[in-house]
Design a protein around this ligand. Structure first.
Ligand code: THF
Length: 283
């Protein structure tokens, strides 16, 4: 995961000091890209220990189209607690837009799978969580926005596209290779980014399996990539640590429908990270 440490170093060296919505302050750059070849291992940050359980349950929750934190809480995942209203609702956030865009029963994930299976050369295999009609009014609280059917937070990972590279028969390849590129408009480099990389890498693997494709790359493109001022120490510590070999992620090969994956269908092997590092999330 040299790509991640390079991003950290780049922002430390070149970022501008910039205020932000949460009042914490950040060091920030605009525009950056990382690439991960998914055939080389599962891109989990190794310079601190990541809580994979939260990453898997969050992704399964998005895929269900769920936007209430009850399912996450039942599974011990707390990462969305800070933004939910007293009923646990977040308004029409990721899952809602993925599965029921703008409440118009447009299931972007099902349509994506159909397109991948029937027309893999398509240049239209996109999913958008960014929906201007439900963006929150920043002068109002999370709770008030949710009561008005607005999202508690605008999506950070806003927009992603898939691409199938045709098999190269001269190399004995029989299947196409599936790549995914994400545009992330706002990226919390210490807390969010390691989660986001693992989450989209996993989603790409899951989609490849159900579409009978091999995995290609996950390409992570950033808008505002920032380090919060209260995360400098944690990231300086990570820069002193030597990355470990990447683990391998094994999916239950019997799952052929993207909506049938359960927590027990994922097995991570060989993840031997450095010790975990705590940091506060800016709300
Ligand atoms: N807001 C901010 N400031 N940063 C984010 O990364 C972020 N998100 C989501 C929405 N708003 C955000 C929420 N995702 C953690 C991780 C991801 C989050 C929110 C919080 C977090 O606290 N991680 C800790 C604990 C892990 C755990 O309990 O499982 C960690 O050490 O990794 C990014 O999309």
């Amino acid at each position: 995961m040299k790509q991640y440490l390079d991003l950290v170093q780049h922002v430390m060296n070149n970022g501008c000091q910039k205020g932000d919505r949460t009042g914490t302050g950040t060091k920030s750059v605009f525009g950056h890209q990382m690439r991960f070849d998914l055939s080389e291992g599962f891109p989990m940050v190794t310079t601190k220990k990541l809580h994979l359980k939260s990453i898997i349950y969050e992704l399964l929750w998005f895929l269900k189209g769920d936007t209430n934190i009850k399912y996450l809480q039942e599974n011990g995942v707390k990462i969305w607690d800070a933004w939910a209203d007293s009923n646990g609702d977040l308004g029409p956030v990721y899952g809602h837009q993925w599965r029921n865009w703008n409440s118009e029963e447009i299931d972007q994930i099902s349509e994506l799978i159909t397109e991948l299976k029937t027309n893999p050369n398509s240049r239209r295999m996109l999913v958008s969580a960014w929906n201007p009609s439900v963006l929150p009014d920043t002068s109002k609280s999370f709770e008030e926005n949710v009561a008005n059917n607005k999202a508690a937070l605008p999506p950070c990972h806003a927009f992603f596209q898939f691409y199938v590279a045709s098999p190269d028969e001269s190399k004995g390849e029989s299947k196409g290779k599936l790549s995914c590129q994400l545009y992330q408009r706002s990226a919390d480099i210490f807390l969010g980014v390691p989660f986001n990389i693992a989450s989209y890498a996993l989603l790409t693997m899951m989609i490849a399996q159900v579409c009978d494709l091999d995995v290609g790359e996950f390409i992570h493109t950033f808008g505002d990539a920032h380090i919060y001022n209260n995360h400098f120490e944690q990231l300086e510590l990570q820069l002193t640590r030597e990355p470990k070999p990447l683990p391998k992620m094994i999916l239950n090969p019997n799952i052929k429908n993207i909506f049938d994956f359960d927590f027990d269908d994922f097995t991570l092997i060989g993840y031997e990270p450095h010790a975990s590092i705590k940091g506060n999330v800016a709300v």
